[in-house]
Structures are given as structure tokens and as C-alpha cells.
Write a protein that binds this ligand. Structure first.
Ligand SMILES: Nc1ncnc2c1ncn2[C@@H]1O[C@H](COP(=O)(O)O)[C@@H](OP(=O)(O)O)[C@H]1O
Ligand SMILES: [Mg+2]
Length: 322
């Protein structure tokens, strides 16, 4: 049997993946001169220099708008050489041990929550690294470089890294301390009903609001709506139970926004798909846009309910644009 070090799990350790981008490498937002705001979006950000990618990564496919290609010179100082042995202390699921490099595609968003970053709303900023095998989101890293920045003066305590692997679980986040059966039962007990006021919380876009979203919210009638920036951040709200659902019934999110969140949420028993309940394909030649929206829930029961209760005209408006 192959050693776990030759398996997919090696991408989740700092040596080969930018999992260890800590607050020190992310420029101090207040002193950064590199930000210009163009049409509400930050341009000329000091990324991707702050992402550490080893040359080894370059042998895999890393599609994306803000990513590096194989010819890019990488500053040696940015390459992480230390090994995080805690990752290797976990057992790689047997079906992933012998995955071939050519079947792996890595989707990187070096800065998710761009609009919020430009506005200084720093909790929402994440670095996303999603690993797909044969088109399926299998493993992911969400790094939140400014986590705790409002309450913590000690720089070493600012920032955190959450990672997950389907078949193994997720690590580095505040676990709900409930079994998946308890989470599912809790949702069943809420008796969600179409068009009635329902006891659940939806997180959705702060900076990309639109008619489809408003229409869906009108029908689902959640008890609370959290408007927050970033696909990574909203996925963390779902992972940690601050929101029950992340819903974005609109095109705009890209594969690099959802690959890592999908893998992490799926790895704990939740589900991230398009609004029809279908998983996205993360092969290297796919369209970058997630044109049929995003729906993530920590509970599969809730996920099914939302899929079945998103108004037909909202679904139609997305599929008719394909
Ligand atoms: N209508 C739209 N146009 C462009 N990008 C969009 C978009 N809707 C969502 N996105 C992208 O999806 C991610 C999550 O969006 P939101 O914060 O609105 O939920 C953001 O990634 P980036 O911040 O990496 O650009 C954002 O740019
Ligand atoms: Mg993004």
C-alpha cells in the first residue's frame, strides 16, 4: 500500500499548499497602499504574492483568474518548507491514497471577499484552496487571515486555517458538538413550510444583492438574514452553525469560490450544490462561473427542503441563461 505521504493528503500540509498563510504574510490592511477601488471592487491587491505555492503545485492544474501559471517566478521566501505533522497524523481515506496527479485540479482564490477587504470588513476575507479529483470537490482549505482581529492584540492569535477532506472530516473550526443525526432531527423538528415564517437563518451576499435573491427569500421566509461578504466566510457561518443556509440564487460565484467550501461542508455531512441540488464539476476545462447559483447547508434535510422550495421562476431565470 502506498504511504499516505504519496496520497492526496500531502496537498493539505503547508509544504505543498498555502495553508500556512498567516497574518504576517497578509499585508497590514491599514498600511496597504496597494488598494484601489474600481466599480466597488478592489483592484491591484497585494496578492497573489502573499500566497505560498511550491513548485510542486505547478505540476498540477491550477486554473483561475488570480492564480499563478507554471512560468511564474515564485519568490523562494514564499515557499513553505516546514511540514505540519498534525495533518499526517490523520488517516487518508483508502480510496484517495493512490489518486494520480493528472486527476487533480486545484482551485485557488487568493482573496475571497474582495469588496469587503477594500472596505476594511476583514472577517469576511478568506484564502480558498479547493482540491478536486476527477471533477469532484474532495479536499479544501479555508484560511481566514484576520480571524479575531477585532478582539485580539496578540498577532500570533490572529488568523486561523480550516481544512477538510471528504471521508475524513474537517478540522480547525468550532465544532457544533452534535451528531449529524441530531442536526438532521433538529431541522425536521422545525417544520419548515413554504410561504410561512420559518425558524432558520440564511446567509447571503452583502455586495451582490439582486431580484432572484429577494424573490427566494420572500418564499423561504427565514427568521433571520445575514448579509455577509465572501463565499468562504458564508460557508464558515454554515459550518459553525451561525447560519443554517448559504444561499446565492444567481450566477457570479466562480469555481474557485466554491471548491474548498464544498469539500469542507460535504466532509462534515452537509451539502453544497447549485440551487437545483446538483454538484458542480471541477474538472480543469469547465466554465469558471457557477451559473446556477450556490446553496450550502449543514443539514441534508434542510438542503432538500430549500431545493424544493426555491420558487420555480428563480430556478428558471438561472437555467434560461445557460
Ligand atoms: N454578480 C457578481 N459579479 C461578480 N462576482 C460575483 C458576483 N456574485 C458573486 N461574485 C463573486 O463570488 C464571491 C462571493 O460573493 P459575495 O461576497 O457577494 O457573496 C466573490 O468573490 P471575490 O470576493 O473573490 O471576488 C464575488 O466576486
Ligand atoms: Mg472569491
Amino acid at each position: 500500500m502506498s504511504s499516505p505521504r504519496s496520497s492526496i493528503i500531502r496537498f493539505l500540509k503547508p509544504k505543498y499548499a498555502p495553508t500556512n498563510v498567516n497574518g504576517k504574510e497578509i499585508p497590514n490592511h491599514k498600511n496597504s497602499k496597494a488598494i484601489k477601488v474600481v466599480n466597488g471592487t478592489a483592484a491591484e491587491l497585494p496578492f497573489p504574492q502573499s500566497i505560498k505555492l511550491s513548485k510542486k503545485n505547478m505540476e498540477n492544474t491550477i486554473p483561475g483568474h488570480k492564480t499563478l501559471d507554471a512560468s511564474t517566478e515564485i519568490n523562494e521566501k514564499l515557499i513553505v518548507n516546514e511540514i505540519d505533522e498534525t495533518v499526517f497524523s490523520k488517516k487518508c481515506p483508502s480510496e484517495l491514497i493512490d489518486v494520480k496527479d493528472e486527476d487533480i485540479v486545484i482551485w485557488v482564490d487568493p482573496l475571497d471577499g474582495t469588496t469587503e477587504y477594500a472596505k476594511g470588513i476583514l472577517d469576511c476575507v478568506t484564502v480558498l484552496i479547493g482540491i478536486a479529483v476527477n471533477g469532484k470537490a474532495i479536499a479544501g482549505v479555508i484560511h481566514q487571515p484576520y480571524y479575531n482581529y477585532k478582539i485580539e492584540n496578540d498577532e500570533s492569535k490572529i488568523g486561523r486555517t480550516i481544512w477538510g477532506l471528504v471521508g475524513l472530516g474537517a478540522f480547525g473550526y468550532k465544532n457544533l458538538q452534535k451528531t449529524q443525526a441530531e442536526i438532521e432531527n433538529d431541522m425536521l423538528n422545525r417544520n419548515l413550510t413554504f410561504g410561512k415564517n420559518n425558524n432558520f437563518i440564511i446567509a447571503s451576499s452583502k455586495s451582490h444583492r439582486n431580484k432572484q435573491l429577494d424573490k427566494a427569500l420572500e418564499s423561504l421566509k427565514p427568521s433571520q438574514i445575514i448579509n455577509a461578504g465572501g463565499a468562504g466566510y458564508k460557508s464558515l457561518l454554515v459550518l459553525e452553525g451561525q447560519a443554517d443556509t448559504y444561499l446565492y440564487p444567481s450566477p457570479g460565484c466562480k469555481k474557485w469560490d466554491t471548491c474548498a467550501p464544498e469539500a469542507i461542508i460535504n466532509s462534515v455531512g452537509g451539502k453544497l450544490t447549485n440551487i437545483m441540488g446538483e454538484s458542480y464539476d471541477y474538472k480543469k476545462d469547465v466554465m469558471y462561473n457557477n451559473s446556477t447559483g450556490v446553496l450550502a447547508c449543514r443539514s441534508e434535510v434542510l438542503h432538500n427542503w430549500v431545493v424544493n422550495n426555491i420558487p420555480k421562476e428563480v430556478k428558471k431565470s438561472l437555467t434560461s441563461q445557460l
